[in-house]
Design a protein around this ligand. Structure first.
Ligand code: SAH
Ligand code: SF4
Length: 359
């Protein structure tokens, strides 16, 4: 066992026990246990969040990503705040209560533009939950966005291995990503992070450390998706690892973080036609139908083979009852705050509560 893993498990015997089970369990047994734990905390419900990919400009050069700055083949777009609000309104009218706004790391999308979006959304949907996923920004921006009413933020750490992280993320160290996660907690967000599985150079020990890092960070939301090589990136010729890696990773994170909200990601559904069902069966309890307007939907391609490019947002919504039904779960609209977040609020814990020894 390497030092990173030792550091993450030694102080946490419960985590060590779960990892020992993971190492020896066959996938069906692991999945059964994760499903049992998921249902004991979250019941059979799956929260539905409307996804709006509002901006594909990005200043970064992440080696895995199809919309990285250097990819000249991308047709770039930046939706106006009013277009984002209109898109959310369609989802709201269809009954959704939580929305994820995702985009590249784009400094041109100013805090004022986000304020305009949030103000617009809350004018007709005061109790909606708005989740932002727009990369690393200044600490003062996080505070301003929180004050403007965004309640959650997703920022995956992508891989817990410092050397791999630096090489895949254009020289940006893992410590910078982790500091951003602390800043988000301090700003009062419900915090989400996560990682890709199957990156070139990743080992089984790194995958286990990824899951343990999620527990150490006490994440409220964890997104796990298979890495899918995009031909227009430096990793374009990398091998495609099987979906089973993402299934096992989801189950392990569910066991380590019973209270977290875990999406069955679009990437899983793109790699395998039953990918999202497999993740839901392994402990995922969130689905994110794509509401992005058809005019730009095909231009937000982080990886090839992305599903649901030709359907409308409402088609996506209709499809979800079927998908959840396949794994004996029920689609639910509602804010879907994570139980860990609700507990934190009730306890009145300080917002920046990364503890050294999670218990
Ligand atoms: N710019 C923001 C949000 C958009 S990227 C950010 O980077 O945080 C959202 C996620 O897409 C990333 O966190 C990454 O995990 C995932 N992603 C990017 N390229 C991918 C690929 N080739 N295969 C699978 N997932 C990918
Ligand atoms: Fe930009 Fe996010 Fe893609 Fe990195 S993963 S290039 S930050 S959109």
């Amino acid at each position: 066992m390497d030092t990173l893993l030792e550091g993450l498990t030694l102080a946490d015997p419960e985590a060590a026990r779960i990892v020992a089970f993971y190492r020896t369990a066959e996938t069906p047994e692991l999945v059964r246990e994760a499903d049992r734990v998921c249902r004991s905390v979250h019941g059979d419900g799956v929260w539905i969040r409307g996804l709006v990919e509002f901006d594909n400009y990005c200043d970064r050069g992440c080696a895995y990503c199809g919309i990285r700055k250097d990819n000249a083949n991308v047709r770039r777009y930046r939706l106006e705040p009013a277009q984002v609000v209109d898109t959310v309104r369609e989802g709201w009218n269809a009954g959704l209560k939580s929305f994820v706004l995702q985009g590249g790391e784009d400094p041109a999308y100013s805090v004022d533009m986000f304020r305009e979006i949030l103000h617009g959304i809350f004018s007709f949907a005061p109790e909606a939950a708005v989740v932002l996923s727009v990369g690393i920004r200044a600490k003062r921006d996080y505070k301003a966005l929180r004050e403007a009413g965004a309640s959650r933020y997703l920022l995956r750490f992508e891989t817990s291995d410092p050397a791999l992280h630096r090489s895949l993320r254009g020289g940006i160290p893992l410590s910078r990503r982790l500091r951003a996660l602390e800043d988000l907690r301090e700003a009062g967000f419900e915090v989400g992070s996560g990682y890709m599985v199957g990156l070139p150079g990743e080992t089984e020990e790194i995958r286990i450390a990824n899951a343990l890092l999620c527990r150490k960070l006490e994440l409220d939301m964890v997104g796990i998706g298979p890495f899918i090589p995009h031909p227009d990136t430096p990793l374009g010729n990398s091998p495609q690892e099987p979906i089973e890696l993402a299934v096992r990773a989801t189950a392990l994170v569910r066991l380590l973080l019973p209270q977290a909200n875990i999406p069955a990601t679009t990437a899983a559904g793109s790699l395998h036609k039953a990918g999202r069902e497999k993740l839901m069966a392994a402990g995922a309890n969130v689905l994110m139908p794509n509401l992005t307007p058809g005019t730009v939907r095909k231009d937000y391609l982080l990886y090839p083979g992305k599903i649901c490019l030709d359907e409308s947002g409402l088609d996506c919504l209709r499809c979800l009852d079927v998908r959840t039904g396949l794994v004996n779960k029920v689609a639910r609209t509602g804010r879907g705050d994570s139980p860990s977040w609700t507990t934190r609020q009730t306890r009145g814990e300080p917002a920046n509560s990364f503890r050294e020894n999670p218990s």
